[in-house]
Design a binder for this molecule. Structure first.
Ligand SMILES: Nc1nc2c(c(=O)[nH]1)N[C@H]1C(S)=C(S)[C@@H](COP(=O)(O)O)O[C@H]1N2
Ligand SMILES: [Mo]
Length: 199
């Protein structure tokens, strides 16, 4: 009987249910960069977090590698309408990086090598929702996809997942990043189709 079989398969959400409005599925991994791929040497690489009172925390590449890492499998959604399901990343949770950072900030402005920035609420970086990812699909993260390391915030449109991440500025007030200044949405929830300001 058909409905019996469906009962078992129904435990897994179909790919259609995992596709936010206005998105299509792709099996490729498109590269979307607003500028050239910056060459960042792991020996020189550093990740900083600066709080609203100017306190600075920083990790070298070796210090990042010494932190507990996780493998996560997530769906990603680009505002240009492609979505990719079940992408596998390796990275350090922002919960780990921010554990000892004392702040009263509500917002973060993420800075990349090369100058790109993007803003998001600090709470969207916490509680298992964001990683500094350095591995993709069992390998090092390719440079064109943000290697050595990028931010991964899969529950928001993928422009919030800053490639070549270099620092996170914690702020009391929101401040728009690169695409946000050009009219993209401040928050960018793909399920609410928040592509542009006013959506
Ligand atoms: N530093 C930086 N990060 C960036 C971008 C960029 O241009 N520069 N593009 C964003 C956009 S619009 C998307 S869709 C994703 C694309 O990531 P990918 O090239 O690995 O697919 O990176 C985001 N992060
Ligand atoms: Mo994008």
């Amino acid at each position: 009987m058909d409905f019996v079989t469906r009962g078992f398969e129904g435990r897994r959400r179909s790919s259609d249910d995992r596709l936010p409005p206005g998105q299509y599925l792709t099996g490729d991994f498109p590269v979307l960069s607003a500028g050239p791929t910056p060459g960042v040497d792991r020996a020189e690489w550093e990740l900083w977090v600066a709080t609203e009172d100017g306190t600075r925390h920083a990790w070298s590449w070796d210090e990042l590698m010494a932190l507990p890492a996780e493998t996560v499998t997530v769906d990603i959604h680009c505002v240009t309408s492609w979505s990719k399901l079940d992408t596998e990343w390796r990275g350090v949770s922002l919960d780990t990086l921010l554990a000892d950072v004392e702040t009263a900030a509500d917002f973060a402005l993420v800075h990349s090598y090369g100058g790109y920035t993007t803003n998001l609420p600090l709470e969207d970086l916490l509680d298992g929702q964001a990683w500094v990812a350095f591995g993709y699909d069992g390998d090092d993260l390719p440079a064109e996809h943000g290697g050595p390391a990028r931010l991964l915030v899969p529950h928001l449109y993928f422009w919030k997942s800053a490639k070549w991440v270099r620092g996170i500025e914690l702020m009391l007030e929101d401040s728009p990043g690169f695409w946000e200044q050009l009219g993209y949405h401040d928050y960018g929830d793909p399920w609410r189709e928040q592509r542009y300001q006013g959506d």
